[in-house]
Write a protein that binds this ligand. Structure first.
Ligand code: UD1
Ligand code: CA
Length: 451
């Protein structure tokens, strides 16, 4: 049976106290709604329809590249009304699954189980110690579900029921279409409640299947920033636990955040306060020091990254040693066993095997060969105020400390540059090049006296 998914995302999210629509707030750097859409996509549905609200254009515009249909609900007249906006676009014999843009951690396995039952109405429920605020699952003396009653419409007996409606449900489109047309808003909130379809299914003698979710984090919604932070911590700990079970040593599971997708080999060791963001792959036996931030990187085996590095869009070859306090900027590619030391910034440059840039340097728009030694305080002057220019340093070059290389410039193989040089023209292979003034001493020179 084909599947269509409706995601409700028209609510305002007032309790976030934010200019940003609630479903665009991020969990692990990804908007809440995108988490739901990504999970929905894993179910290979025929269509995904996102119901967005008045003022929700920002939501649609932010996620416009995702393969979903956008359906506007002009006024928020209730969850039933919201689903009714999307149902005309769905074929009669499809299964319909209703999800929520502010319930980000729902799991695809839970959902598959829910809609695998193709007859009747399938509702996902949960048992809570404190069910306050939720719709309650009301059952008869044969334990059959008879209705869902909202908190605001419930008497004390119903309020004592601990099984709650998560809101997530699945049923055939023709059923749903039929029930939605019969909804009214005769309730305390004057809303069209989606939950009223349960009592209608009972009247129609359709079976009602309840699936109780085991992990309540899957169905927890975000209404305020406190709930968002709680879900973030839960989500982070899940990811870190998975890494540890796969063979990664994490010094403190509470102090590693993963905001993207990571793949890490075995016996890699990650110290505290590390952030891994974007798409990252890390090999075996890698060490990552404390307070390091890495975004979009490929890091090969046996790399050692010391504390306090910032690394983005970079490829790091096997056995490299980085930091402490190094900054590797986008489009940098380090081959094997390269050393980048403290207070070194490398941008859009390639460095071949065994080369070392160990102290206080800026390397930008450069190609550095193998076995090169770049002395402390070397700067590639790549920018003339209008354009960026390239510096090419070939194999086996030795660059003395405090050298400026005014790009475009090439230093040929085996050349040596004396410390304190300003290099403005290309340097010949195997030569020694000096550009500093010759040292001289003025004997008996007097310092000016203070008056
Ligand atoms: C709803 C359920 C309740 C359940 C609870 C779980 C109904 C009537 N009640 O209650 O049984 O326990 O969720 O959290 O369904 N939305 C729209 N358009 C609207 C109204 C809501 O898109 O017109 C969206 C909201 O953005 C939100 C979701 O639907 O994501 C739920 O709406 P909300 O008003 O929060 O429902 P609850 O009162 O919490
Ligand atoms: Ca809610």
């Amino acid at each position: 049976m084909k599947l269509s998914i409706i995601i409700l995302a028209a609510g305002l999210g007032k309790r976030m106290n934010s200019d940003l629509p609630k479903v665009l707030h991020c969990l692990a750097d990804k908007p809440l709604l995108q988490h739901v859409i990504d999970t929905a996509l894993t179910l290979a549905p025929e269509t995904i329809q996102v119901v967005y609200g008045h003022g929700g254009e920002q939501v649609r515009n932010s996620l416009i590249n995702l393969p979903v249909q956008w359906v506007k609900q002009e006024q928020q007249l209730g969850t039933g009304h919201a689903v009714a906006q999307a149902i005309p676009n769905i074929a009669n014999d499809n299964m319909v699954l209703v999800l929520y843009g502010d319930v980000p951690l729902i799991n695809s396995i839970t959902l598959k189980t829910l809609f695998s039952q193709t007859n009747g109405l399938n509702i996902l429920t949960a048992k809570l110690n404190n069910p306050t605020g939720y719709g309650r699952i009301v059952r008869d003396d044969k334990n059959q579900v008879t209705s869902i009653v909202e908190e605001k419409d419930a008497n004390d007996e119903i309020k004592s029921i601990q099984e709650i409606n998560t809101g997530i449900l699945a049923t055939q489109a023709n059923n749903l279409r039929n029930w939605l047309t019969k909804l009214d808003n005769n309730n305390s909130q004057e809303e069209y409640y989606l939950t009223d379809i349960v009592a209608m299914a009972v009247v129609d003698k359709q079976p009602i299947h309840t699936n109780i979710v085991n992990n309540i984090y899957e169905v927890m919604g975000v209404n305020n920033r406190l709930q968002l932070a709680n879900l973030e911590r839960y989500y982070q700990l899940q990811q870190v636990n998975n890494l540890m079970l796969a063979g990664v040593t994490i010094q403190d599971p509470n102090r590693l955040d993963i905001r993207g997708t990571v793949q890490i080999g075995y016996d890699t060791n990650i110290d505290i306060n590390v952030i891994l963001a974007g798409k990252i792959s890390i090999g075996n036996r890698v060490k990552i020091g404390s307070n390091t931030v890495i975004k979009n990187a490929e890091i090969a085996d046996d790399v050692e990254i010391l504390s306090n590095c910032v690394i983005e869009n970079v490829v790091i070859g096997a056995g490299c040693k980085i930091g402490p306090f190094a900054r590797l900027r986008p489009e940098t590619k380090l081959a094997e066993r390269v050393h980048i030391g403290n207070f070194v910034e490398v941008k859009k440059s390639t460095v071949a095997n065994n080369s070392k840039i160990n102290h206080l340097s800026y390397i930008g728009d450069s190609e550095i060969g193998k076995n090169v030694n770049v002395g402390a305080g070397t700067i590639t002057c790549n920018y003339d105020g209008a354009k960026k220019h390239k510096t090419i340093i070939k194999d086996e070059v030795f660059i003395g400390s405090d050298t400026q290389l005014i790009a475009p410039v090439t230093v040929e193989t085996g050349a040596t540059i004396g410390a304190g040089s300003t290099i403005t023209t290309d340097v010949t292979a195997d030569s020694l090049t000096l550009s500093r003034a010759k040292q001289k001493s003025i004997i008996g020179w007097q310092r000016p006296n203070k008056k």
